[in-house]
Ligand binder design. Structure first.
Ligand code: GAL
Length: 798
């Protein structure tokens, strides 16, 4: 029966090039055929020395995946790092090697063994037991290799897998990281099995009363004779109860795939939507001569989607405004190597902001992100890396489509972003090939392209169903709105909006330190305020949705400044997920619950008697502002804008009170804080899974004696983590910080920093202590609760 084991544990890592002798490079086993007798660690050296390549001083360190070595390096002021100035966050790429040894039992021989990499930076090359298995280019889509022939089973010896990661070249203009930064899996199946990504579940007819569920299953027969097989498919509901079952007999020809189609009727289906992301599961069992040889599960949702040129998007025939953010994949403390729990954390922060859609800019996301979007109810614009119809480009696109087409969360395939060929004849041909390839593999979702020019030239946009507008509003040109008048039949979407540059907790532009004011006084020419991006959509439903650039700040692309900035400033949250002021604007317009937020903070020593602009974001009817108990007036809330008061500064409490129908329903106050006095720890959870991967973000605040946040505090914090966990990384959201993220020390930035605590594989308590000179220390105890360890111990027989 099929097994899928996480293959992330106990790798060795070597940073830098290794000269690999031709015999090994060429796939021959010369020189290492006797490797079965070698002890762990000896294989490479022996192989090299035998080939006369001389001694190589290799330093291997132990790592678990996912791993990003780029983030472990020092920042270098070198504009040439990256594809554009500063685009890679002033961290160098490079070459690294990963190696892992493992054993398999003798009876594992004869079945199929596949290694699957979900994402490896740049160009990777894999050798197993000295055999060159393959090279893959493209760090954003997974690949897999059948290892069955070259593995060693039982007494044949230990297996060695070696992976070269060449992340010297950049694929994009953002921080891309370096390493095996997503999961690796080892899969075992019978020779008769469901093919890779071998099911395709669609829901061609959906009503509240009944849904038609169509499941196509490809069965792969790797025996050397044709076999009569049966396929049993069972649909289970979210509670695990059987909903319907179908059995189909077929003849599976050998060394090929056979596709079967089964059609189900699900009565009274529970429809998938962001508020209620109900999931079903299809279990496909392959049976030969009464014996179950393979069982494969596909999670799916029942839902319908429709796009309309006037009214935008409909989910299950209900209109739905797409409240999206674009996101790159990195996070503080970890670079691009995010444990699943951090991906989930990021999605939760976006959900809490009121967002219902995620654009994975500018490449396919990690597969787990889509599983989570299915579960939490987040719509996804799934994006292909680039406009490329070469064999390599098409192969990346196809892998994304086959991998992702069963996810109910995915509603649009985005085929490219801002390529120079947009609007050209050649570009149109390439885009059409990508779109046709997509329609062939999944006709149930529209294709789109996230364009920033050439919308109306050479039929480029006609190659896709939905024309994406990146910054259609730029410089008040309202390109998208004008295009709608001219092409009323065109389906449109605000594929990228805002690019509002702001630094958390900063209220004055500071080109020297590289900070942008939260008032938005230094936003790029193509950008706009979140208020404009949102009101454009509300006033023009044909725009279907917005995807704000971006949900989170990301490393690299430090617009508008270069060094000392190493991060972007576009996020509604910073790199740690701390909200900027605009986050609360989005909350106010995206959520139903009453929100009142005011800015700036209220610590302006030396500004007594001067006027300060106070802004309030709210979705109540009215807001009254008061300073030290004295009313500064009540204003009617502008549903897509913000309120503003000129306030003569005096220290104390500034308070905004939101009312609906005359009743107070929300309020928020900022208080002039005193000197930094104490540290306070806010763990996101008190309990994690003791699996060696689960990561709990702990927010760290600097408070005064009364417990108020000190808005400009930048005290240096030292973390001591003991017990059943360790410190995975730190961050503070300061776009110009050159402190290492892999460290036990971090300064606060404007009152906050973040510590990521990762559980160990053994259950127990984790004590997290934060200390700083002159401040009262803080301590919290987290629990790593027993669970299945994700990593088998080194060399474990699987
Ligand atoms: C867009 C681009 C993004 C990012 C953004 C910055 O043009 O698609 O990747 O560069 O601008 O504003």
């Amino acid at each position: 029966m099929r097994s899928k084991s996480m293959f992330d544990g106990s790798w060795s890592f070597h940073k830098g090039e290794i000269r690999i002798p031709y015999a090994v490079k060429g796939g021959m086993t010369g020189g290492i055929t006797d490797a079965s007798s070698l002890k762990e660690g000896e294989w490479l050296d022996i192989a090299f020395n035998d080939k006369g390549m001389g001694e190589q001083q290799l330093e291997w360190s132990s790592v678990n995946l996912p791993h990003d070595w780029c983030v472990e390096q020092q920042y270098v002021q070198d504009e040439s790092l990256g594809s554009r100035d500063g685009s890679h966050g002033y961290l160098p790429g490079g070459i690294g090697y990963y190696r892992k040894t493992f054993e398999l039992p003798a009876d594992a021989a004869g079945s199929k063994w596949t290694v699957r990499f979900d994402g490896v930076s740049g160009t990777s090359t894999v050798w197993v037991n000295g055999h060159l298995i393959g090279s893959h280019h493209g760090g954003y889509i997974g690949f897999s290799y059948d290892l069955s022939d070259v593995l060693r089973y039982g007494e044949e010896g230990r297996n060695v897998i070696l992976v070269k990661v060449d992340a010297t070249e950049c694929e994009g203009w953002w921080y891309e990281g370096c390493g095996i930064y997503r999961h690796v899996w080892l899969e075992n199946t019978d020779r008769l099995h469901v093919a890779e990504y071998g099911t395709y579940v669609t829901t061609p007819e959906v009503t509240k009363e009944q849904a038609m569920v169509n499941i196509r299953t490809r069965i792969r027969n790797d025996y050397t004779e044709g076999l009569p097989v049966s396929l049993r498919t069972v649909i289970y509901d979210g509670a695990g109860l059987q909903v319907c079952v179908k059995m189909e007999d077929a003849y599976a020809d050998w060394y090929t795939e056979t596709e079967l189609e089964q059609i189900f009727e699900v009565e009274q289906p529970m429809l998938w939507c962001p508020e209620s992301p109900y999931l079903y599961k299809a279990e496909s069992t392959v049976i030969y001569e009464g014996k179950e040889l393979d069982r494969y599960e596909t999670v799916f949702g029942i839902r319908s989607i429709r796009f309309d040129a006037d009214e935008g998007f409909f989910l299950n025939e209900e209109p739905l405004l797409i409240k999206g953010t674009c996101n790159h994949q990195d996070f503080a403390g970890v670079g691009v190597a995010l444990p699943d729990s951090l991906i989930e954390y990021k999605l939760r922060l976006l959900k809490e902001m009121g967002s219902n859609a995620y654009r994975s800019a500018h490449h396919p996301p990690t597969p787990e992100l889509l599983d989570m979007c299915d579960r939490v109810g987040m719509l996804v614009m799934d994006e292909n890396r680039k406009l490329d119809s070469s064999p390599g480009g098409l192969s990346q696109l196809k892998r994304m489509l086959y991998r992702d087409r069963n996810h109910p969360c995915v509603i649009i395939w985005s085929l490219e972003n801002e390529e120079v060929l947009e609007g050209t004849v050649t570009g149109a041909r390439i885009l059409k090939t990508l779109a046709d390839t997509t329609r062939r593999i999944d006709p149930t979702r529209p294709t789109s392209a996230a364009m920033n020019h050439g919308w109306n030239e050479n039929g480029y946009n006609d190659a896709v169903e939905i024309t994406g507008y990146n910054y259609g509003h730029r410089e008040h040109l309202n390109i998208d709105i004008r295009d709608h008048e001219q092409y009323p039949e065109r389906l449109m979407i605000g594929s990228e909006c805002a690019s509002y540059t702001a630094t958390r907790g900063i209220y004055e532009d500071d080109p020297v330190r590289g900070y942008c004011s939260e008032y938005g006084t230094n936003i790029p020419s193509w950008g706009c305020t979140p208020q404009q991006a949102w009101s454009d959509l509300v006033n023009n439903r044909f725009l279907t949705g917005v995807f704000m650039w971006t949900g989170f700040d990301y490393r690299g692309e430090p617009t508008p400044y270069l060094w000392p900035c190493v991060n972007s400033h576009f996020g509604l949250m910073d790199t740690c997920g701390f909200p900027k002021d605009s986050y609360y604007y989005m909350q106010a317009v995206w959520k139903d619950e009453p929100i009142v937020h005011l800015l700036p903070h209220w610590n302006w020593p030396g500004s007594e008697g001067k006027r300060i602009e106070v802004r309030v974001f709210s979705n109540t009817d009215t807001v009254e502002l008061s300073l030290n108990g004295k009313s500064l007036g009540e204003q009617q809330v502008d549903k897509t804008g913000y309120l503003s008061w000129e306030v003569v500064y005096e220290p104390g409490e500034l308070k905004a009170v939101g009312k609906r129908g005359g009743h107070v329903i929300a309020e928020k106050a900022v208080v002039t804080a005193g000197q930094p006095y104490q540290i306070c720890l806010y763990p996101d959870r008190l309990e994690g899974q003791a699996d060696g991967l689960d990561t709990i973000p702990v927010r760290v605040a600097i408070l005064d004696e009364q417990g108020h946040i000190v808005p400009a505090a930048d005290n240096e914090i030292r973390f001591e983590v003991t017990g059943a966990g360790s410190l995975l990384g730190v961050g503070n959201g300061n776009p110009s910080s050159h402190e290492p993220d892999k460290s036990a020390i971090r300064r606060a930035f404007n009152g906050w920093c973040l510590a990521l605590i990762q559980t160990s594989p053994a259950a127990g308590s984790i004590k997290v202590k934060a200390v700083s000179m002159g401040l009262a220390a803080a301590e919290v105890v987290l629990e790593a609760a027993p669970g299945e360890p994700l990593f088998p111990a080194s060399g474990t027989i699987i």
